[in-house]
Design a protein around this ligand. Structure first.
Ligand code: ZN
Length: 430
């Protein structure tokens, strides 16, 4: 008998579900949806009743750092994939700042092949420049053949404007985006936190919003010139959002993404917590006005995507003094909860709109198919409860690192599991 799953008693939400009944049972055979109807009473090799939880197409996080090859003490493709599945993601795109950097087809294929063994789909992003050095263009065509879905030197900006121009010209031939970590290093360094009132009070050298904004402005102008697609990584300032809004109005191919911490937290957390390094990332946490602008940008679709910038660092590394600690936090396990709390439950966005930013938008940008519920389609689903209350404890971290500002915080909204690659993976069993 073929392997089959009957998922009972689910509430469909998000893209591709409007023709489904309000309550749905889903029958999956050999990884494909064979039936989705109000009530299914067929035998299946596995049957689970979800008691009215929600189901949507599988979520995608288009900005994660899985650290392999090279930094396996922080994260591996396996542990990162577990964190992703726990957080409800069926797909991730991973950034190329590994060692060696993913600037050759070999490394892209290594990541893709390792990803094939995981419960989530791992889509590698290739470097813009050889070894992320920002000097010479990497073999983009070759990496595309190997499975790269976009190009980025993330972790660092593509600082050289001529290189960015050429990268946009090349990538536009395949309709692929260049994702830039927008930071003018001459303005930002050393930049331990956001430059503003709080950094002045704390006596720390700050990285000003303008360092991000001038790079965004440059990239939008280069996208206009070349016809290429610039995707602004992890946007964090109100002025940056305004630049993207204006660029879109002019018909320029610019898209962007925001991380939950940038629509949830401000630089005051660093003062409040007495320099907790789990509030240190780049771009840094900004001000309350910037947080409001992130939410408004999501509401009016200036910001296309919610992503995590999941950036694991070991406990030892993060325990350094604030100015020496590395930038970044993990985010896969908590992204949905923070989105629920700050966007959905706060009344800023509907559940369908939040899901669109995590399902359709990232895949449209990366030219990947959006999962659907049609008979014969690959079953790629996320099962979740936006009202579930839970506390994110160290036990629940599935990442190899635990550098999260949300540890021991009470959260609302949680993924219960995913169905992906022919298997049901329940969060509590990961
Ligand atoms: Zn970055």
């Amino acid at each position: 008998m073929a392997e089959s799953y009957l998922l009972k008693n689910l509430k469909p939400a998000g893209p591709g579900t409007k023709d489904l009944p309000d309550k749905v049972d889903i029958l999956i055979t050999d990884g494909k949806i064979t039936k989705a109807a109000a009530s299914i009473n067929e035998d299946a090799t596995h049957s689970s009743d979800f008691g009215g939880a929600y189901v949507s197409a599988g979520w995608m996080d288009m900005h994660v750092h899985f650290r392999e090859p090279g930094f396996e003490h922080k994260e591996t493709i396996e542990t990162g994939s577990k964190a992703a599945a726990f957080g409800g993601f069926t797909d991730v795109a991973c950034m190329p700042n590994t060692s060696p950097a993913a600037s050759s087809r070999d490394v892209i294929e290594y990541i893709r092949k390792k990803g094939e063994m995981q419960p989530v789909r791992v889509h590698p992003i290739g470097c813009v420049s050889i070894d992320r050095k920002g000097k010479q263009l990497a073999e983009m065509a070759d990496m595309k053949e190997g499975g790269a879905v976009a190009f980025s030197d993330d972790g660092d900006p593509v600082f050289d404007s001529r290189l960015m121009r050429i990268a946009l010209e090349y990538s536009s031939m395949w309709n692929m985006p260049v994702i830039n970590h927008e930071e003018d290093l001459a303005l930002s360094r050393p930049g331990h936190m956001n430059e503003g009132r709080v950094s002045t009070r704390l006596g720390l050298q700050g990285s000003p919003g303008i360092a991000e904004e001038v790079m965004i402005a440059r990239d939008i102008m280069l996208a206009e010139l070349t016809g290429g697609h610039i995707h602004v990584a992890h946007i964090s300032t109100a002025k940056g959002v305004e630049l993207v809004r204006e660029g879109k109005k002019k018909g320029i191919r610019v898209t962007t993404e925001v991380c939950p911490h940038h629509f949830d937290l401000t630089d005051e957390e660093i003062e409040r917590t007495g320099f907790d390094t789990n509030f240190k990332m780049h771009p840094p946490l900004r001000t309350a006005e910037d947080v409001e602008a992130m939410i408004e940008g999501l509401r009016d679709s200036t910001i296309d995507v919610i992503c995590t910038d999941h950036a694991p660092h070991s406990v030892d590394e993060k325990e350094a003094e604030f100015i020496y600690a590395p930038n970044g936090i993990i985010g896969l396990e908590t992204a949905f909860a923070i989105s629920c709390m700050r966007l959905l439950h706060a009344g800023h966005m509907s559940l369908d709109d939040v899901l669109e930013r995590m399902i359709t938008a990232p895949r449209t940008i990366l030219n990947l198919p959006v999962p659907d519920f049609k008979e014969g389609s690959q079953a790629q689903l996320t099962i979740f409860d936006p009202d579930a209350k839970w506390t994110f404890t160290a036990d629940q971290v599935r990442s190899r690192s635990r550098n999260s500002p949300y540890l021991d915080r009470e959260l609302k909204g949680r993924a219960l599991g995913i169905f992906n690659k022919g298997e049901l993976v329940l969060a509590e069993e990961i």
